[in-house]
Write a protein that binds this ligand. Sequence first.
Ligand SMILES: Nc1ncnc2c1ncn2[C@@H]1O[C@H](COP(=O)(O)OP(=O)(O)O)[C@@H](O)[C@H]1O
Ligand SMILES: [Mg+2]
Length: 316
Amino acid sequence: MALVDIQNLHVKFHVGHDTVYALRGVYLQVERGARTAIVGESGSGKTVTATSMLRLLPPTARITEGRILFQGADLLALSENELRPIRGSQICMVFQNASAALNPLYPVGQQIADVYRQHNGGNKREAWQRAVEVLAATGIPHPEDRARNYPFEYSGGMAQRAMIAMALVCSPQLLIADEPTSGLDVTIQVQVLDLIQEVVEKLDATLMLITHDIGLVSAVCDRVAVMYAGTVMETGSVSQVLGRPANPYTIRLLECFASTSGEKMPFIPGRVPDLREQWQGCSFAERCPRAQDICGREAPAVREVETGHYSACHFS
Ligand SMILES: Nc1ncnc2c1ncn2[C@@H]1O[C@H](COP(=O)(O)OP(=O)(O)O)[C@@H](O)[C@H]1O
Ligand SMILES: [Mg+2]
């Protein structure tokens, strides 16, 4: 059984008089122990997929269809009370903007200590000690002093370390890292990624790494899912998808990534579909060099192009 099995997930947002169909039938499986990258252009639905798993979507969002099985149980069918022990202790998320995810009103060490006590009990002194230890383990210098600092006294890289320290005290089975290094200096990025990998190894956890930087994918992950306009276009091992991409969208994405260098968001010519509209065919049809009539009429089924390698395209 996959650790995570997302089936036909649909999420929409209500914005004024508009409805934004952000996820349009996402299918994604994550095996226990795998390191899965989710890649795609900005707006493709990566963050919405991850936040749906923890049911932390903004109030304007509705999950209208689908299931998110975690160890076989549907997270969408659980009550808030049933979900609480899973959120934070079995599934932890490191957000894109760690400084904003920390509470500005409390010292960082106290926030980590509080999380520790929620999951492990123990007295305040023990919890504080543990918070200092995990801050030290994430490479924060002078952790005793740093634990007493407030989030605004942390740099972006340090805040990201503090979030990872928080994940460490929870010992989750699944760590979701959403663009954990964007906005950080390149040298700090490398350190934060190393730290995430260390933590995943130490906890024997499963990793979902959300990124638009394809350069990171082969460095960190063994599996990859490519998203576009609210659906998963292609999944497989990193060597399959990056080495032998089957889906025209992935092929274009990789070409564009190769022609821009590294960090920059790849740019694919043509119009990104307006997510307020609904359509019958393939989301990529308008921009796809291989599109035929059928692509505008019928959404492609997912096919297994080789063992463990899947593509949603009429022609791959
Ligand atoms: N708070 C929101 N209000 C309205 N629409 C949203 C909101 N958050 C996300 N969306 C829509 O969902 C789509 C997917 O967003 P997101 O998952 O954040 O993309 P990304 O792949 O960049 O993480 C966006 O293109 C946007 O149209
Ligand atoms: Mg995002």
